[in-house]
Write a protein that binds this ligand. Structure first.
Ligand code: GN1
Ligand code: MG
Length: 360
């Protein structure tokens, strides 16, 4: 605890530290809640940044600062109330930045704790609608500062990169698994050109990158006690990306009828009730910056994400399971096949998706 107190002492927080306790159950960053002694001083969240995933911590925090400062300015201009609960606030340290590196080389940051707020884990049409609105609004708020941000994981959602990584893994066949999944790879390859559409349109100048959240899970937004969305959280992956990212990744997880690593493939479907609710919310708030081409390609984004994730899981399987933790030897293959089934199900609904979007 002494060590944590010492770390906290580098940040200019208000109030006296009364208590520091682990918070939540995040797998990527270690998180603590700092409770202050004074009733009128805010509480805080202390986090150790996982610099093995986010290797450029300076860029990571730079992005987060740009985004949160910009949203705060917009809220002030709008005359919004309760601003400290409607955008995350990161605290400056004596390093002059919003993070410090301790003697052991570990990176830490502190943000203000948002009081009286909750997250929800339940995926249903209502929470999906709220998520669509919240993530679309977030993207609209930061759409005009794209050139100030860098890609913390370069080409994170670039299908051509994922294609090349898969082909490389097949060629190297490090785990000796390629022969066993040849048919699967052949099936995947049949759709490869079609799924790389986004990168082609980008090269042709028909699509542009803009700031995306890139981790659009239902529990990455905060609600107040009345059930209103306060803000979007977990900003580590915020970076410039194609329009596909936030829309596609939400549906990949939320519209699947089963967990992404379940082997019960015959139970997989692409939930159209979730698709409709999320799309309605998303388009309501994102139509201000999405181009007509991007809106017409939302069904492509919905298909692309399970497809890309199948490719990524299979890549890791072929490489010998270094990226995702596995509980059994074929875990990544199960995940890949699961995402593949979801991709095929999403395709079955393609015409329906297009019709729904046209009629919005
Ligand atoms: C990773 O750890 P989590 O669930 O936030 C991955 C995502 C994948 C997801 C699949 C930085 O996200 O891109 O879609 O696993 N994040 C990174 O489960 O690679
Ligand atoms: Mg996350």
């Amino acid at each position: 605890m002494n060590n944590l107190n010492q770390i906290i002492s580098h940040f200019s927080i208000t109030g006296t530290v009364a208590d520091v306790k682990p918070l939540g159950n995040g797998l990527i960053n270690d998180t603590y809640k700092i409770t202050t002694a004074e009733a009128d001083a805010p509480d805080y969240v202390l986090q150790r940044i996982n610099d093995s995933i986010f290797t450029d911590v300076d860029l990571l925090q730079h992005n987060i600062e740009e985004v949160t400062t910009h949203i705060r300015e917009l809220l002030v201009k709008e005359g919004a109330d309760d601003i400290d609960r409607r955008v995350l606030t990161f605290i400056k340290a004596d390093s002059g930045k919003t993070y410090i590196k301790d003697e052991e080389g570990k990176y830490w940051r502190i943000s203000m704790f948002i009081p009286d707020a909750v997250t929800v884990d339940a995926v249903n049409p209502e929470s999906s609608y709220h998520a669509g609105k919240a993530f679309g609004k977030f993207e609209s708020q930061v759409a005009d500062i794209t050139d100030r941000l860098g890609e913390t994981i370069p080409n994170f959602h670039n299908m051509e990169l994922r294609r090349d990584q898969l082909r490389q893994a097949v060629k190297e066949d490090r785990a000796g698994r390629a022969a066993g999944v040849k048919d699967f790879i052949d099936e995947i390859e049949k759709y490869m050109d079609e799924m790389c559409l986004g990168e082609r349109l980008f090269r042709e100048g028909k699509l542009q990158k803009h700031v995306c959240h890139c981790d659009t899970k239902v529990n990455n937004m905060m609600f107040d006690k009345e059930g209103r969305v306060l803000c979007v959280i977990d900003l580590d992956t915020v970076m410039p990306s194609l329009f596909v990212s936030d829309y596609g990744d939400f549906l990949r997880t939320a519209a699947n009828t089963i967990a992404e690593d379940s082997p019960e493939f015959d139970k997989i479907d692409f939930r159209m009730d979730i698709f409709e609710a999320f799309t309605r919310g998303y388009v309501e708030s994102a139509s201000s910056f999405l181009t007509p081409l991007e809106i017409s390609l939302l069904p492509y984004a919905a298909e692309l994400f399970p497809y890309m994730q199948a490719v990524r899981f299979l890549w890791d399987y072929l490489n010998g399971d270094h990226y995702w933790k596995c509980s059994y030897p074929e875990h990544n293959l199960t995940r890949a096949r699961n995402q593949w089934h979801l991709f095929l199900k999403a395709r079955e609904h393609e015409a329906e998706m297009k019709k729904f979007i046209e009629e919005l």
